[in-house]
Structures are given as C-alpha cells and as structure tokens.
Design a protein around this ligand. Sequence first.
Ligand code: NAD
Length: 506
Amino acid sequence: MTGGQLNGVTVLVVGAGIMGVGIAQVAAQAGHAVMLYDLREGAAGEAKTRLASSLNALVLKGKLGADAVAQTLARIEPIDALQAAASAGLVVEAIVEKLDAKRTLFQRLEAVVAADCVLATNTSSISVTAIANGLQHPARLVGMHFFNPVPLMKLVEVVSGLQTDPVVAQAIFELSQAWGKVPVHARSTPGFIVNRIARPFYAETLALLQERAAQPALLDVCLRAAGFRMGPCELIDLIGQDTNFSVTSSVYEANFYDKRFVPSLVQRELVDGGLLGRKSGRGFYDYTAGAASVALPAFEALELGATPPLTTALCVAGRGAVAERLASRLVSAGCAFERDADADWIGLSADGAQLRLTDGRPASQIGAQVAVFDWPLAQQGGAALAWAASSGASPAWLALAPQWLRVLGFSPRQVADTPALVVARTLAMLINEAADAVLQGVCSQDGADAAMKLGVNYPAGPFEWLQDWKRGAVIAVLDALDAHYRGERYRVSPWLRQRTWTEDGT
Ligand code: NAD
C-alpha cells in the first residue's frame, strides 16, 4: 500500500467533536468523500451545520471561495450508524480519550469495513500498541495525531505501535502530505514527540517558581525574548492548569515515575484551588478584570541609567558568537577594551569583576565579584535577559553589572542566583529531552525539529539550538544543574554524551 492508494478513498471520521470536525474538513477539502459519525445522536449533523456557518463566514470575508466551500460541504455526509461506513478506505478516530472506548470502537469497525481499510487514531496520549491489542488486523492501526485547530496546524505525528505495518504508516505519511500537512514519523511512546519534548518548557519554569527564583511575568518576558510566542506561565494559563497538569502527570506515570517528568507542587496547588487560568478567571495571572490577555512587555527600550565609568579597564573574554556580539556592542558604545580569546569563560571583565555568560553554575559558585547572564537568543537590542549576582558581590558591582548589560544591548532582569538561569536552563532541558527521544528511536532529529516548530510554534527546533550552542555548553549546563540539585532530573542524555566522545568535541 502507498499513500497514492489512499488518495481518493472514502474517509470515515468517528467523533464529531472539535478534532473530528477539523479532520473531516481537511479530508473533504482534499477531495475525499467523508462520512462523519458520532455516538451522540444528531451530533454529526449539528457539527456539519456549525462547520458550514464558520466556512460561510470565511467566504463573506473573502478568505474562501463560495464554490470551494460548497464542494467541501457536499462531500461531508453525517451518518447515524457505523454500519453505513462499509465502503470506507480509511477511518480516522477522534472520540473520547479513553483506551477502552477506542479499543471497542475499532473492534466494532473491523466487522464493518473491508480488510484493507486503514484504521487511524487521533489519540494524543494513549499507546497505539495498546489500542491495537485485540484487533484481528493490528498491523493496519496507526496513530494520525493532528494538532488543534486542525485546518491551521501543519503538523501530523504519524505514530507507529509495535504491530503497525511500516507500509501503513508510510501511506498515512504520504496522505498527510497530500492533505497539505507536514507529517513526522513517531514511535508510540508516552507523549509521542511534541507532548514529551515540550515538558521541560513548563517544568523548568515551574521549578524556578517553586524556589522563588523569579515571578511569572519575569520568566515569561525572558522566554518571549528568546523567541517563544508565549511564555510558559501565560501559555499554561491559556491551556488550563488542569489540562497541562494532567498531561504532565500522564507522561510521568507512563514513564514509570521517572523523576525527569515529576509534576509540580506549584501547579498542583493552583489546580486544587480551582485557579485554572483564563477559563476560571485566575491562574498565574488575574483575568477577572476582563483582560483577554496579559500585557507583557516583550522587549523594552533600553532603559537609561547611569553610564558605567568609561575609565574602566574592560576585557572581552572567550570566543564565539556571544563574545563577538559583546565586542561589537562595546565598539558601538565607544568603549575601549582588550580581548582575551583564550579565557575559559565568555563575557566581560570590568576592572577585574566578571560578567559571565552562564555555564550552568550559579555566580556564587564561581567567585565573589561575579555576575552571570543568560543565553542571549534575541538579536534585537533591548531584549530582556536574566542575570544573577554572586552572594559575595560588592554593592558597587551589584549596581554596575546591570548597567554593563544595558551597554551590551540587553534589558537586564535580575533573578535569584540559580543554576543556568532561565533560557539556558529551559533550552538545555528541551535539547536533552529531544536527544533522549532520538536515542530511543521515537523520532529523527529533523522530525523533532519539525514537530516542535509546527506543533507548538517553537522559534527553532531543539537540534537547531544544539547547533548554535554546541554540545559542550549544553552538557556543562546540564551537569551544573545535576550537581546542584542531585537526582535524576538533570541527567545528561547518553545521546549527547556519546556524541561528545565520538565527535569533534563541540
Ligand atoms: P471532543 O470531546 O470535542 O469530541 C469527542 C466526540 O466524540 C464527542 O462528540 C463525543 O460525543 C464523541 N464520542 C465519544 N465516544 C464516542 C464513541 N464511542 N463513538 C463515537 N463517538 C464518540 O474531543 P476532541 O477534543 O475532539 O478530542 C478527540 C480526540 O482527539 C481525543 O482522543 C483527544 O485526545 C484527541 N486530540 C485532541 C486535541 C485537542 O486539542 N482537543 C488535540 C489532539 C488530539
């Protein structure tokens, strides 16, 4: 079987909820005859009526052609009984997220559809291997995991269970492409690709909140400045604290309580208190005043402050993109400075005090007159950047360090002296999780990058960040976190470690 053989087949979509209707729309727009079935009587017809009114509204706005919409709608037929679907060449299931319900449905369907009909499940968290258990032909069951809203989100995770025939997975991969999507192969493991690799984006912020390293708005501003469309706190409020907590808990449980995925007490308290985010009016932020969204300054103009004394003896330490960036900023600011390219750290020394790019260690562990700053991803001047000072820093250096950060083009945000600050910590853990996913054969490097960019709109993929930050720096950050906290959470993925031994030491 090839994707070509699925072209033009009749598609049965089971479950006429938010995902099922989106899948029916996309299949019909690609020219398939679509049957839509829902357990609740009348639900499929009502869903089609709702779809018609939203598509017709897009016609009125000039975004879709009237003929195309009429043809799409004409191809979607609500049906009242599964028995009417005997002619389907592909079933896409989007019913309630319960293993028993999905298993029972597919077992019933096997008695209705032909032996070569492909069975696809849109499950977001249940094992495809487990759903296939008990089927007469488990090899034809595959995960076809769309993202919400289906017509807009490009990613489809094509999830193979233990018994899925690779030919069936490839057929769904090619069909997804024909439907205008970007498919990525994944192995059926907890969270598949996106929901697994994304866990640290939330978890590291929750850990920082738990140790009171910073407030939610500061963490959101720093991660937005790194290119994320939303910071973790505002995003969790949008998703719902309860939904986010339950995905984390299910990934944690499914991984036999691996400490890497341990849920957060901070979030548990919000859930227990009914502070679920936007939907309840309050989560990390307060929405009761009717605010549709929290206004966070993504980038602030360079704040004017006292200029550091120009007589300071300055030296830019280290090599690489960040050192070059600091040097060019000093040139623009008209400051004279020396270079020490052989230094084993990256940053600026000012009359002997050090402003260092984080290597993962807290500033206090490095020395007294030390401040550390976060990985600067944003190229825009004035982007928010976390920094922290050593507990031994003099009052003079405490005042000067953020001023130098301003001269260097950042909008400094002080956080507690915590290892790897905000962006470095989060990105290193995202990279580490992606590395483990590749190690375990869940997906390829390209697959992980595409999935995170298209499934959750990350500004770059984890392996693209790894290119920029080099394995040595990422491992140093993870090792520093591991040394600081102890336990399994920050263990370095063997995939990263092995490449450092066998490749060029970057
Ligand atoms: P939903 O609650 O909006 O819709 C589910 C529909 O399935 C309901 O209309 C319900 O009546 C129907 N249904 C329940 N049991 C049925 C059965 N046995 N036979 C036929 N119909 C049945 O849910 P949703 O958000 O569309 O999610 C559906 C599936 O898609 C779930 O597996 C979910 O995990 C997955 N998913 C959801 C999202 C999302 O963001 N909502 C994203 C990706 C995947």
